[in-house]
Each structure stands twice: as structure tokens, then as C-alpha cells.
Design a protein around this ligand. Structure first.
Ligand code: ZN
Ligand code: ZN
Length: 179
């Protein structure tokens, strides 16, 4: 766990900066172009803005946790391993460890369902994929934060879409009443 460090991958850094610029712009556009033109009373205005800010805070929190958490890297062995064909054969015969495999890049044995990430250059337990949007692997230890990030992103999108729909309906009703 102590071996994991955030990656300095240029693509990942560009994606992370883009995410925060999108969040800031979305928040600005939501308040100024969707909520304020509705001309609701102060309580409704405050409630709709507060709920959106809460969703964004949860979204940022889950994103940061997914980005800076150890995804479950397999620690490097303290001593180099002999991964010759003979030793591999012996390892496969060992009933206790028969699901373990060898990573030739890390030069070590890795537990079942661990995979090597070419970007992180590490083996990660229960690795799902390497996500540039969090500049990190999605693995055993940060998967729940990644899923929460997706849920809050979906919730924010749904909230904005519903608000646009309500804004559209309200403008139609207002124009109908003026006629
Ligand atoms: Zn590896
Ligand atoms: Zn990775």
C-alpha cells in the first residue's frame, strides 16, 4: 500500500484539469442560465442551488478519493525472483497457490485477478481498467469511489436536464399567460 504514488501521466493530468474546468463551468451555467432566469422565490432558488452544490461536492469528493487512493497495487518482492520455466512449473503444481500468475514486467508472482497496468507499470489487484479521468487504475481498493463518482456524475446530469425541462415548461406557461 505504501508503494503506490500518483502517476505523472500527461494525458491523465489533462483529463483531471478538464474535469474540474467542466465542473466549474457547469456550476456557473446552471446558476446563471437555468436557475436565475426562472425568477422563483428566494426559498426555491436557494434550495435548487444548494442541492446542486451538494451533488457537486459529493462528485468532487468521490473523484478525489478515486484519484488519490491506492487502487490495490501488489507490492514488489524484497528479493528478485527466479521466474524461469522450471520454477513456473513448480508454482503451478503448488495447490495452495495454483491461481497465482507471474508478471514478467514486475518480475514477481501476483495474486488471482491481479493484472499489470502498462501506464502505472504496476500489478493491481482486481484491476478493472486504467482510467485517464482519475489518472489512476480502477482496482480493488478504489472501485467503490469510482462507482460513486459515476453515480454522482449521472445524478448531476439528470438534475441539470430536469431543471432545463422545468425552465422550458415555465417559460412556455409564462408566455401563454401573457397572450
Ligand atoms: Zn506487473
Ligand atoms: Zn494504471
Amino acid at each position: 500500500m505504501a508503494e503506490w504514488r500518483p502517476r505523472c501521466d500527461p494525458c491523465g493530468i489533462v483529463c483531471i484539469v478538464s474535469i474540474y474546468l467542466i465542473i466549474i463551468y457547469t456550476d456557473y451555467a446552471f446558476i446563471n442560465w437555468i436557475v436565475l432566469p426562472l425568477n422563483c422565490n428566494l426559498a426555491t432558488l436557494g434550495l435548487s442551488i444548494s442541492v446542486f452544490q451538494l451533488i457537486l461536492i459529493l462528485l468532487v469528493w468521490s473523484h478525489l478519493k478515486a484519484a488519490v487512493s491506492d487502487p490495490g497495487v501488489v507490492p514488489h518482492p524484497t528479493h528478485g525472483l527466479d521466474i524461469s520455466a522450471k520454477q513456473l512449473l513448480n508454482k503451478k503444481d503448488d495447490n495452495e497457490d495454483h491461481n497465482w500468475s507471474v508478471c514478467v514486467r514486475c518480475q514477481m508472482y501476483r495474486p488471482p485477478r491481479a493484472h499489470h497496468c502498462r501506464i502505472c507499470q504496476r500489478c493491481v489487484r482486481k484491476m478493472d481498467h486504467h482510467c485517464p479521468w482519475i489518472n489512476n487504475c480502477v482496482g480493488e481498493l478504489n472501485q467503490k469511489y469510482f462507482i460513486l463518482f459515476l453515480i454522482y456524475t449521472g445524478t448531476a446530469c439528470a438534475y441539470v436536464l430536469i431543471s432545463i425541462l422545468l425552465s422550458f415548461i415555465k417559460s412556455k406557461l409564462d408566455s401563454h399567460q401573457r397572450m
